[in-house]
Ligand binder design. Structure first.
Ligand code: UDP
Ligand code: MG
Length: 324
C-alpha cells in the first residue's frame, strides 16, 4: 500500500503556548521547502495553558496540521505513543515543541533516510547548551550505565529526536507495554540506522517540563524496563554478604575454640546488622520495582486516552480504542 503522506512530524506538547507559534513557523517553513506531502501531528498532553487553542486555530485552515488532545497529562512517553498511533507518513519524525531539536535538521534527516535506505535516522547530541553541569553529568552517566546493563544497545546521547520509517514505526506499535521508556522502545527495534550529530540548543522559551524527579523516575524506568541486571545485582550482593558473614562466623568459632575468647564486639554487631538490613531493604526495593511493573502490565490499561482529534482532513488511528 502506498502511503499518501511522505513525512509525518510528531510534536508532543505540554504547556508550550509560548513556543508554539515559533515552533510551527520553523517546522512548517522547513517542511514546505522539502516539496513533499507532509503532516504535523501535535499531541496535546493535557496542557493547562492555551497550547491546544493555538494549534486548533491552525488546524482550521491548514489541512496538514492535526491535533490529538489527550484527556489529561499522561507524560511525554504516552504523548509520543499517541502520536505514533495517529501518523500515517512513510517517514515519521519526532521532535520536541521547545525547539531543542532544531527543525532545520529535518532535510538532512530525510536525505539520509533516502540516500542510505535505512529505517532509522538517529540524532546524537554533540553538546547540550544551557543545561546545568549536574544534568550533563547525570545524563552522561545514565546513558552509559543503561548501556552497560541492558541486553541491547541504546545509542548514547540520543533522545527521541529521530526519523523512523513506516516499517520501524509499525514495529514500535507492536510493543504494547505499559511501562514505556520510549528511547528504549524506539531503540529496541534495531534495524538499519544512521547517526547524525548536532549541537543541542537550549529551550527557545517556556520552562522545562521534565523536572529532576521525573527524570530520575524515567531513569529507573529506563533501566528496569530493559534489563533485569538490578535483580542479578541483588543476588550478587546477597551472595557476597552471605559469604562474608559465614566466613566471619567460622573465624569467631575458631577463635573461641583456640583461645577461648569471651563474647565481645557489640558495636561491630550493630554495624553488621544495620548494613545487612539496609542491603535487604534495598534489594527488596529492587524486587518490588519489578513486581510493581508486572502488576501495572497485568492491568492492561491503555497508555493514553484521546479526548478529541482536530483536523480538517480525516485523521484516525488504525484502531480507535483509546478515543473517548
Ligand atoms: N512534554 C509532554 N508531556 C509532559 C512533559 C513534556 O508532552 O508531561 C513535552 C514538552 O512539551 C516538550 C517535550 O515533551 O515538547 C520535552 O519536554 P521538556 O523540554 O520539558 O524536557 P527535556 O526533554 O528537554 O528535558
Ligand atoms: Mg526540552
Amino acid at each position: 500500500m502506498k502511503n499518501q503522506i511522505d513525512i509525518s512530524v510528531i510534536i508532543p506538547m505540554y504547556n508550550e503556548s509560548e513556543v508554539l507559534p515559533i515552533c510551527y513557523e520553523r517546522v512548517s517553513t522547513v517542511l514546505n521547502s522539502l516539496n513533499r506531502s507532509y503532516e504535523i501531528v501535535f499531541v496535546d498532553d493535557g496542557s493547562r495553558d492555551d497550547s491546544a487553542t493555538i494549534v486548533r486555530q491552525l488546524t482550521n485552515d491548514m489541512p496538514s496540521i492535526k491535533l490529538v488532545s489527550l484527556s489529561r497529562n499522561f507524560g511525554k512517553e504516552a504523548a509520543l505513543t499517541a502520536g505514533i498511533d495517529y501518523v500515517s507518513g512513510s517517514a515519521v519524525i519526532i521532535i520536541d515543541a521547545d525547539l531543542q531539536d532544531p527543525p532545520e535538521l529535518i532535510p538532512a534527516m530525510v536525505e539520509a533516510w533516502e540516500r542510505e535506505d535505512v529505517d532509522v535516522v538517529l540524532m546524537r547530541r554533540k553538546s547540550r547548551e544551557g543545561e546545568s553541569i549536574v544534568k550533563k553529568i547525570t545524563a552522561f552517566l545514565f546513558y552509559r550505565i543503561l548501556n552497560l546493563i541492558s541486553d541491547f544497545s541504546i545509542p548514547t546521547d540520543t533522545g527521541d529526536f529521530r526519523l523512523m520509517s513506516r516499517k520501524a514505526i509499525e514495529a514500535v506499535k507492536d510493543m504494547p507495554e505499559r511501562n514505556r521508556y520510549m528511547k528504549g522502545i524506539l531503540s529496541w527495534v534495531g534495524m538499519d540506522t544512521v547517526i547524525i550529530e548536532y549541537d543541542r540548543p537550549t529551550r527557545v522559551a517556556g520552562t522545562v517540563q521534565q523536572n529532576y524527579f521525573r527524570l530520575l523516575g524515567l531513569a529507573i524506568q529506563g533501566i528496569t524496563s530493559f534489563s533485569i541486571a538490578p535483580l542479578r545485582f541483588a543476588i550478587f550482593l546477597g551472595l557476597v554478604s552471605a559469604t562474608l558473614g559465614a566466613s566471619y562466623g567460622v573465624w569467631i568459632i575458631i577463635k573461641a575454640v583456640m583461645w577461648g575468647d569471651a563474647v565481645q564486639g557489640y558495636p561491630s554487631m550493630i554495624a553488621i546488622i544495620t548494613f545487612l538490613s539496609g542491603t535487604q531493604l534495598f534489594t527488596i526495593g529492587i524486587l518490588g520495582e519489578y513486581v510493581g511493573k508486572t502488576y501495572i502490565e497485568s492491568k492492561q490499561r491503555p497508555n493514553y486516552l484521546v479526548k478529541k482529534v482536530d483536523s480538517s482532513t480525516n485523521l484516525q488511528s488504525t484502531e480507535n480504542k483509546n478515543e473517548l
